[in-house]
Write a protein that binds this ligand. Structure first.
Ligand SMILES: [Zn+2]
Length: 247
C-alpha cells in the first residue's frame, strides 16, 4: 500500500453521495493529489473542516488499487474567513481553478504552492488590494510555469527602457516605440515594465513588496490577465465571476 504524508491546500471538493467527498489537494512534492474522504461530510467528522476548500492541512493519503483516500487530515491554516467577503472568495476560487489548470499529479509544485499560500494569506490579512494580489499571482504563476515573459529589453533593438514600452501578450515580448510590430501590443509606462520585471525575476520573498499608482496598477492588472488568458487559451468561470463582482 502506497502512503503519502504531505501538507497541502484543498483546491477542489466534490460531493460523493450522502457522506463522502472527493477532494483535490495541491502538495509541494507530489503536485495534485485526488483523494476520497469517506464520511467527511458528516458534521461530527474530524475531517470535515480539514478537507474543505481552502484548508491547508497535514494530510496522510493511502492508495489502495487505483485510488487515494484521506487517512488523516490535521489543519495547519484555514482561509475560511475569505468566505465572508464575496470579492475575496471569488478571487480565492479563481486561484484554486488556476492551481487545477497549471499543476498535475506527481509534479514538483513547491513554488506554486508557496505562491498561492502567500496570496491567500495577504488576501485574508488585508495586506494588499485583491487586484494587486491577483495580478502579481498571475504573472508569477506564468513565470513559474514556463511562460516567463521576455522583459529584458526591446526585442528588436535592445533598448532597455524608454518612457513608454509596448508589451505583446501574443509572444510575451517587449518593444520600444520605434520597433512595435503591430496594434496588438499594449502601451505600458516604464513603472509597469519595472513592476513586471520585478515580479517575474525577483526572489520570492520580495514579489509582493512594491507599489504602483492607480493608473499603473490598472494597466499592470489588465496586462497580467490578458497574458494569462492568451497563453492558456481558455475561459475561467471563476475569473468571469470575479470580474463581474469586483469593485
Ligand atoms: Zn526597439
Amino acid at each position: 500500500m502506497v502512503k503519502i504524508t504531505a501538507p497541502g491546500l484543498v483546491i477542489r471538493e466534490q460531493s460523493i453521495g450522502e457522506a463522502d467527498k472527493l477532494i483535490t489537494v495541491l502538495t509541494a512534492k507530489h503536485g495534485l493529489v485526488r483523494a476520497f474522504s469517506r464520511g467527511a461530510k458528516k458534521t461530527k467528522s474530524k475531517k470535515l473542516a480539514a478537507t474543505s476548500l481552502l484548508s491547508y492541512a497535514d494530510f496522510t493519503f493511502t492508495k489502495t488499487r487505483d485510488a487515494f483516500s484521506v487517512e488523516e487530515a490535521l489543519i495547519k491554516e484555514v482561509f475560511f474567513e475569505l468566505r465572508n467577503d464575496v470579492q475575496k472568495m471569488a478571487l480565492a476560487q479563481y486561484f484554486c481553478e488556476l492551481a487545477y489548470e497549471f499543476c498535475e499529479e506527481d509534479f514538483e509544485s513547491e513554488e506554486i504552492l508557496r505562491l498561492f499560500l502567500n496570496a491567500l494569506w495577504l488576501l485574508k490579512e488585508n495586506k494588499k488590494s485583491p487586484a494587486f494580489i491577483k495580478a502579481v499571482t498571475e504573472l508569477r504563476l506564468m513565470s513559474l510555469s514556463g511562460y516567463m515573459p521576455d522583459l529584458v529589453a526591446c526585442e528588436k533593438c535592445g533598448e532597455y527602457e524608454t518612457e513608454y514600452m509596448y508589451f505583446s501578450s501574443e509572444d510575451g515580448k517587449l518593444y520600444c516605440k520605434n520597433c512595435v510590430p503591430s496594434n496588438f501590443c499594449k502601451c505600458i509606462s516604464s513603472s509597469v515594465v519595472t513592476a513586471m520585471r520585478y515580479v517575474s525575476l525577483s526572489d520570492f520573498e520580495k514579489i509582493f513588496s512594491f507599489t504602483l499608482n492607480q493608473d499603473g496598477l490598472e494597466s499592470f492588472c489588465s496586462i497580467t490577465e490578458e497574458y494569462l488568458l492568451n497563453k492558456t487559451q481558455r475561459k475561467f468561470k471563476t475569473l468571469e465571476f470575479y470580474n463581474v463582482i469586483k469593485d
